[in-house]
Unconditional design. Sequence first.
Length: 253
Amino acid sequence: MVVQDRQLTSLTDIQARIYLVRGVQVMLDRDLAVFYKVDTGQLNRQVKRNIGRFPEDFMFQLTKEEWKALKCQIGISNVRGGDRRALPYVFTEQGVSQLSGVLHNDLAEKISISIMRAFVAMRRFLTSNAGLFQRVGALEQKQIETEKKLDVVLDKIEELSPAVSTEELFGTGCVWDAYTFISGLVRSAEKRVVLIDNFVDERTLLWLDKREPGVECIVHTRYTKQSELDFEKHNQQYEPISYVQLPHAVHDL
């Protein structure tokens, strides 16, 4: 695809090809080759012929891990030429400044100036928004910490809850399975059992008596005269169960 010079040297187009590697801003050799209108191999050969002008803080070769991470970041479709056998080289701002002296074509000096301006603009953007990036980073860290705390709570709930499989939550007709599961749940209570149900009778009170001694029990229900009598007679002999009149119809909470 042929791209016009004006597009190639636009600030936005160049900035889109500046990446952060090893904590510094760099550009890929293949992107620079497109800007300078030379082959990637030709660009790297010219650099190697003048390697004294390109110390490691001006140019370095990516490791396999760095190249893999960069491809994931920008997408293969954004990397011209797709995959490659040799690991690519990247150039820092100082390295780009040296390219115009080793690439002998009419565009080299002009393109180098445009790229240098893009590096400067990118650096100013990062500096001016450093506070915002720090706040975003702090929010992300707080979110991570909150999620970790929530995971701990959920793990503790799971640890203390009776073991249950999906088959125990409960198919039609599995009356005994449901009954034994709820009985186990009542027995597992350490501090309090709270039942919210419109339909409470003496069978429910017998079931709630399965809790351990000293575990409080509160029933929220729309009790009748009969159910109120059941509670009173029960509490005269056994560990009391409190009851609270519900204002509206509810069931099984």
